[in-house]
Structure formats: structure tokens, C-alpha cells
Design a protein around this ligand. Structure first.
Ligand code: DX5
Ligand code: ZN
Length: 214
């Protein structure tokens, strides 16, 4: 069954613990944590101390999306801070260093993910997280032109028969979610489509229901 990962980028940062509890009660599967450094992307969001606090506040699966330059520098520390999955961008360093970052995450006993921006071809690496907006900001419009890439990645994963989840991030809401599900996504990140609604449970349910219909 498809997993829904509400992105705390759209949460109220003053009450993150309560927001996490609400998302858990509302039926969210993972919490997606967007880390931005102002260099790899033009925005700055949150980092290690916030992830650490969040880890203490919730037992939800924490999916850290590192939108930072040279993620090898911090991969291990995000694991130690309590992330369950650490996603790094292939564009953020040399292939060798990205491989080292993945190895470091795995050594910590955590799941490792690689992420590609909209302009990066599927073949860059067998990727796990496909961006359907330019990374950096919540609330952007879904890029439907990324759907063929999603399908292509699904094919690559199935061919490799690897134990690997395909995650989609950006502009996912109740109308674009079924398109992603149909193209082979396993995990959907949704920021504004969940946190922007007063009734988060209804928002998550609507996304899940619409995916089921595909
Ligand atoms: C964008 C982030 C996303 C963002 C998604 O750079 O990676 O995780 O929070 O927000 P929505 O779902 O509002 O596009
Ligand atoms: Zn993200």
C-alpha cells in the first residue's frame, strides 16, 4: 500500500511536537523533514537540533531530505540525530562522495536514499526520490512532465529487483497523487496538501482513497 509522508516544512514550527502527534493520529505513515542550507537550494529551513527534538517528540518514521551541499559531511550526524531514512541529492557532490554518504548512512543502520532534481535524468543513478518540483520551497505546482521519469525509475528498480522504495516529492495532493501512484510511486511526500488543511486526517484519507482507485 502507498505510504504518505507529510512534510513538516508546511507545519507550524512553534508546535512541531503537537503537529507530529496530529499527523500520526491523522494516519500519516512517515514524517518528511526538509533540510535546506541556503547553498544547494536558495532557502534555509531546519537542521540537526530540530530533527533531534522531533525524534524525542515522536516515534514516527523520520524521512530526512537533505537539500545541502556535500551531504557526506553530515550524513552520519543526521542518522545519529534520529533519522530513519536519509535522502541525499546526487547533484550535491561527486558520485564517489555520494556513494560514501550512502555507505555512511547504511553503516549507521539506517535507510539511505538518493534524490534527483527535475532536470536530472533517471539514469544518473538508480534513484529513490524523484522531485516533482524544483527543491527549495513548499506549495509549488506539481510538474506532470516528471511522470515519464517516474515510470522509467520504476522500471529500473523492478529490473534491478532491488529492495527499494520509490518516493515522490513536490506538489503532491489529492489530484496529483493518483498520477504518481499509477506511475509506480511507493511513498508520497505531501506538505501543503496535508498541513495546509484544517482536517489533516481527511486530507490524508483523500490522498489514500484516490490512489486506491488507480
Ligand atoms: C521542497 C521539499 C518538499 C516540500 C513539499 O523542496 O522537498 O518536501 O515540503 O511541499 P509541497 O507538498 O507543498 O509541494
Ligand atoms: Zn522534501
Amino acid at each position: 500500500m502507498i505510504k504518505i509522508a507529510p512534510s513538516v516544512l508546511s507545519a507550524d514550527f512553534c508546535r512541531l511536537g503537537a503537529e507530529a502527534a496530529e499527523i500520526k493520529a491523522a494516519g500519516g505513515d512517515w514524517l518528511h523533514v526538509d533540510v535546506m542550507d541556503g547553498l544547494f537550494v536558495p532557502n534555509i529551513s531546519i537542521g540537526l537540533p530540530v530533527l533531534k527534538s522531533l525524534r524525542q517528540a515522536t516515534d514516527m518514521f523520520l524521512d530526512a531530505h537533505l537539500m545541502i551541499d556535500r551531504p557526506l559531511r553530515y550524513a552520519r550526524r543526521f542518522c545519529e540525530a534520529g533519522a530513519d531514512l536519509v535522502n541525499v541529492h546526487v547533484e550535491a557532490d561527486s558520485e564517489e562522495n555520494i556513494r560514501k554518504a550512502i555507505a555512511a548512512i547504511k553503516e549507521c543502520g539506517k535507510l539511505a536514499g538518493v534524490t534527483i532534481k527535475p532536470a536530472t535524468p533517471a539514469e544518473a543513478i538508480v534513484p529513490f526520490l524523484v522531485m516533482t518540483v524544483e527543491p527549495g520551497f513548499g506549495g509549488q505546482r506539481f510538474m506532470a512532465d516528471q511522470l515519464p521519469k517516474l515510470r522509467r525509475v520504476r522500471g529500473l528498480i523492478d529490473q534491478a529487483a532491488g529492495d527499494c522504495l520509490l518516493e515522490v516529492d513536490g506538489g503532491v495532493d489529492e489530484s496529483t497523487a493518483p498520477l504518481c501512484a499509477e506511475a509506480g510511486a511507493d511513498v508520497l511526500v505531501a506538505g501543503s496538501a496535508v498541513f495546509g488543511k484544517a482536517d489533516r486526517a481527511a486530507a490524508i484519507r483523500a490522498i489514500r482513497e484516490n490512489c486506491r482507485k488507480t
